[in-house]
Every structure is written in C-alpha cells, then in structure tokens.
Write a protein that binds this ligand. Structure first.
Ligand SMILES: Cc1cc2nc3c(=O)[nH]c(=O)nc-3n(C[C@H](O)[C@H](O)[C@H](O)COP(=O)(O)O)c2cc1C
Ligand code: SF4
Length: 376
C-alpha cells in the first residue's frame, strides 16, 4: 500500500490519492438530463468516500446523443446550475470532480430523444448491435459536433469542475471515428490513422480552447476494440502518442464495447479470483512505457494487492474503479482505516437495474440483503 495514498497532480488538480472513480452513469437524472436530488445524494455519498477524483457518468452533449435513460445532460446552458450543484457537493467533501462528455454517435437511443433528431454516425456499418437507421454525418455536422464538445466543456468550466474527460472508448462517437471498424469514410476524416484521428484532434483543440490551460483535459481510450478490423494496441498506442503531443493531461485505458464478444467489453463479469482482476492493466503498462502522460488503468480492480502490483510495477500512475464504489462508496476510507480486505463487489452487474427505472443505480446484493426488489 505504498503509492496508492500519494498526493499527486494532474495539470492543476491536486489529488489526495491515486484512486479514481471511473465514469459511471447513475440513472438518476430527469428525462431531459437535468440533475435531481437523487443525483446530488449519490455524488455526496461518493465524495465522502475518500477517492482522490470522481469522474462523472457520461454526459450527453446534444439531444441526439442520449443512450441510457436518466443520463446526465450537458447540451444546454440551463443545465449549468445542476452541474454546479454536483461540483459544489463534491468539493465540499474535499474531493475533485471531472465531467465525462460524450456524443454516443450510432449508439444513441432514438426512443429517448426529447426532440426530433437523427442518429449520427461516421459511416453506415453492418454492426449487429446497431438496430436503427443512421445518418452519415456531413462535414458541417462534424463541425457542429466539435462545437458541441467545446460548449459542454465550457459549461463544466462555468459550473466549477476541475476537468473534462472526453469519452473516447467503448464504441461511442470518438471511438467510432478512430476505429476502422465503424469509420469507412472516404473523405479526410476516414481511411488512414491520421485521417481517423482528425475528428479527435479538432475536438481536443476546441475543448482546450474552451477550458483554458488550467483545467485538466483527459480522455478514456480503448486499448483494443476486440472486434474484427477494429483498433488494436499498435494503433491505440499511436493515437495516445499523438494525444500526448497535442496536450492531453491524462489517458484512462479501457477496452471493448457492446460489439465485442461475450465478456470482452469494458464491464466484465466474474471477477472472483485475483487472476481475473485488472483485466486491462497489461495493456495499460504498454501505454505507461511508451506515452509520456499520466496513465489511468481501469477494469476489474478489487484488491489492494492487485492495485499495489500495478502501481508499484509501474504499469499505471492511477487506478480507477466503478462497481466497487457502487457497493462501497467508502472503500478507500475503509482501506485507510486498515480494513484491507478486498472490495465486496462480485461484478454481477445487477446495479444497472434500478438505474434503468430512474431510481439511481444501487447494488443488487445490498437490495437483496434488505429484501428490496428495486421496484418502488
Ligand atoms: C453502472 C455502470 C455505469 C457505467 N457508466 C459509464 C460511463 O458513463 N462512462 C464510462 O466511460 N464508463 C462507464 N462504465 C464503465 C466503468 O467506468 C468501468 O470502465 C468498468 O465498469 C470497469 O471497471 P470496474 O470493474 O471497476 O467496474 C459504467 C459501468 C457501470 C457498472
Ligand atoms: S450489483 Fe453490487 S455486487 Fe453486483 S456489480 Fe453492482 S455493485 Fe457489484
């Protein structure tokens, strides 16, 4: 337990330790994406738990980018007030907060659209997980998209957030432009890696202009798409190197998407033994070795032993967790209090159930222990 409790900096954010809450949709906002009291309570509990940084659940930056119900919205200035409440509650607890922003592209869910809109995609592709007709984005719409990312970043700045994380992983918009699996464009946004990177480069530049130099601008990236003809480690390392050159402040390494094979996505189940833990950490180690910005490893961290192995082994600078903090928001405090047993989360993914009903995500194991079926 040596490095986990070090104080460090990412750009101008001082982090009390190297434990990060990875972005986690909470299923607690209203149908237009506005923050509710349930959302505030959720983040308040989390922020008391001792992690160095909280990355919010993915925030949709245009109305045609909503994917899961009761997702957090960041597409209109009227949402700044709720975002500010989130930032304030987290800061009051002495923790830092970064907002994850996303356009979900071809993964948007039109049934949840609250206004007319098409599903935007870099290209038409035969992906069995895509059930709706998509609209291939024209150049003018790409410029609108870039501007939407910049506007969302500007709202986070106005709301007092410490940073922004671009969601560049899990088969969403940025990942769709980067990956030859989803990007079949014949113009200068498709084809070569330099062309597929162009959308992200333009987005990063616009976001940095909106945030200024002091706010941290981070990205979550796939190490590998785990689909045929998708991004592999060789290409994602090249992308990360370009991002470092272009001024990114930290890169979180994840992998896969809904299109990857069974249990090859980012939120894997059956992490019961030590050898199942930290399933992207060997990939993260490659980034740590070759890319000169802080690297955050995510995916299946459950025990301090594994966390120490990754940090002490120089495989990553930070570790991020999602599900362990749903079951135990105070896990880091517990470890600091010398109760060093591993996280009690069993990685069953039952936490989505109550979020899909708009009640906010909650641990299924806890609900079962309390005899609560999550239906109220
Ligand atoms: C309920 C839930 C919601 C999630 N929402 C997001 C999200 O909004 N953005 C994101 O990048 N990843 C999201 N993830 C993935 C996590 O950030 C993380 O990458 C993944 O769960 C693996 O980490 P873990 O084993 O610590 O849970 C979500 C995961 C869960 C379980
Ligand atoms: S329901 Fe509970 S135990 Fe299952 S993955 Fe979610 S937090 Fe972990």
């Amino acid at each position: 337990m040596t490095q986990l409790f070090d104080k460090t900096w990412i750009n101008s954010i001082e982090l009390g330790n190297r434990a990060i809450r990875s972005a986690t949709w909470t299923g607690s906002c209203d149908a237009q994406g506005f923050v509710t009291d349930v959302t505030i309570d959720f983040y308040n509990r989390l922020a008391q738990g001792g992690m160095g940084l909280i990355i919010t659940g993915y925030q949709y930056i245009l109305p045609n980018s909503i994917q899961l119900p009761y997702m957090l919205g960041n597409y209109d200035d009227s949402q700044i007030q709720g975002l500010k409440k989130l930032a304030d509650i987290v800061h009051t607890a002495g923790t830092k907060i970064v907002g994850q922003i996303v356009h979900t592209g071809l993964r948007a869910n039109p049934k949840l659209f609250t206004q007319e809109g098409a599903i935007w995609a870099p290209s038409e592709v035969s992906d069995p997980t895509v059930k709706h007709q998509v609209k291939v984005v024209a150049k003018s719409e790409i410029l609108d998209l870039v501007q939407a990312y910049a506007n969302a970043a500007r709202r986070l700045k106005e709301a007092g957030f410490d940073g922004v994380q671009l969601h560049g992983a899990h088969g969403y918009g940025i990942n769709q432009f980067l990956s030859p699996y989803w990007n079949k464009r014949g113009d200068n946004y498709g084809g070569s890696l330099a062309n597929r990177y162009r959308f992200l480069a333009e987005t990063l530049e616009a976001v940095r202009e909106a945030t200024g130099t002091d706010m941290a601008v981070m990205i979550k990236l796939n190490s590998c798409d785990f689909v045929e003809n998708g991004l592999d480690l060789d290409e994602t390392l090249q992308i990360a190197t370009r991002l470092a050159d272009d001024g990114i402040d930290a890169i979180e390494i994840s992998g896969g998407s809904a299109s990857s094979g069974k249990n090859k996505g980012p939120v894997r189940t059956k992490i019961l033994e030590e050898q199942d833990e930290a399933y992207f950490s060997d990939m993260a180690a490659q980034f740590k070795e070759k890319v000169k910005v802080p690297i955050i490893a995510v995916g299946g961290f459950r025990s301090l032993k594994k966390i120490d192995e990754v940090l002490d082994g120089n495989k990553a600078d930070y570790i991020a967790m999602s599900r362990p903090f749903i079951r135990e928001p105070s896990l880091i405090k517990r470890w600091l209090d010398e109760d060093l047993s591993k996280a009690t989360c069993i990685s069953c993914n039952g936490c989505f159930e109550t979020g899909l009903k708009g009640l906010g995500i909650s641990c299924k194991m806890d609900r079962e222990e309390k005899g609560d079926n999550g239906s109220n």
